[in-house]
Design a protein around this ligand. Sequence first.
Ligand code: GAP
Length: 488
Amino acid sequence: MALSIEDMAVFCKKKGFVYPSAEIYGGIAGFFDYGPLGVELKKNLEDQLWKRFVRSRCDVVGIDGSIITNPKVWQASGHVDCFEDIMLECTKCHHRFRGDHMIEDKLNINAEGISKEDVDKLIKENSIKCPDCKSELGKANQFNLMFDTNVGPVGENTAYLRPETAQLIFTNFRLVQENARMKLPFGIAQTGKAFRNEISPRDFLFRVREFEQFEIEFFIHPKKTDDCPMINDVEAMEINILLENDKDHKKAKIKDLLSKKILSQWHAYWLGQFYKFFLDMGINPANLRIRQHVKDELAHYARACFDIEYNFPFGWKEIHGNADRQSFDLEQHAKHSKKDLSFFDEESKEKVTPSVIEPSQGIGRAMLAFMFDAYEDDKKRGNIVLKLSPKLAPVKLGIFPLVGNKEEVTKLAMKIYNGLKDDFACQYDKSGSVGRRYARADEAGIPYCITIDFDTLEDDSVTIRDRDTTKQERIKIAELREKIINLL
Ligand code: GAP
């Protein structure tokens, strides 16, 4: 039987990846705490994104903006007026539900971008009742997703917890461009917390109220959105794509989408880069696709948007959003702040307000996709094997003295552990049979285990065991470090 989202939540808690927040008090819906393995996995994922898309590129730099900022930012960005979902409330038990999700769950249709009038109509026509107490549902309302708070001792100033990391990139755009001497096209990246008061958080880490995002705002001369010098990097890539008017996804090359003018070159470039990231980090290509947004569901700032979706047990769902935001945000902030945010482009000798492509990556959702993709119930071994890419695996090496109670062996094992632990995340484990230790390591996703035995004392060799194949190889201690570097 396929692994359900509930099974995954149980596994994550049992193994120390993710717990319901403050569970001793009953938890709180939409909030989770990361345990010892989860925090490492999340960090590795963030590090891989930062390394690939910021550090190793000379056209992207990073910032770290504040979570609470001047509330005028959210007026200018449109979040105060438009960042809303449709809410339904039961007239009797007063439980609240997301309107589009209610329609999707009850009628099995796609309700992305549905209006509240249409929700009311469908509720009435199909006699949909409260799922909890079966009473009448009230009329649909708009519900703003931003968390508000008060700043200052007398609470005189209402402010918001940021619902996306993007906006502080726009407000700091001119400073960053000047400090880092960036020339168009260039990007600014940020990773950090975002908060949304979701009406009904659900599906474990998938829809939560506090989560991390990694976002890039990539600034382009508005007349050059179809002039990407690096388009060769992605053009030949074959992807699964679900187009706006299609029912199912099909295979296509990125260059086919470009020739049909389905998206601009720079948009295709960034979409391709992130699709490739997921494949390089080990996602099965059959479980990944790109979905074009239908016109009605486009966010207020977007000219075009594509999601990267993962095939979860509860259906194909968005794990990454990639939007063409045009110059909407810079123009809005220029208007509201009365500051000139246009930019002199030396190449074209024009003063321009750049156009923006925004890859937006949720960390928790990506992590959930990696966990599902890696999870294998190996009946022969009798345990779960978490086949995470070594780049993401929370612990890279298990170090096991074969006999945990023989001092010469444990001493040498500890020496090997001490020699490796500063460069690789290692776990020293001497308790239980070596079979039990391998099983524990498999379930934590540890890609390689090193066993130190009596022979090691004689021949200065250890055994390395590969998590995925269970193959074991004998290797000299002197060659261990180089071997590990090659493997990882
Ligand atoms: N700045 C654009 C933006 O925030 P979005 O599609 O609303 O776009 C981007 O969010 C990504 O953030 C999503 O693809 C998802 O990975 C993550 N995300 C959004 N809402 C989330 C939630 N409630 N829980 C977990 N992740 C979420």
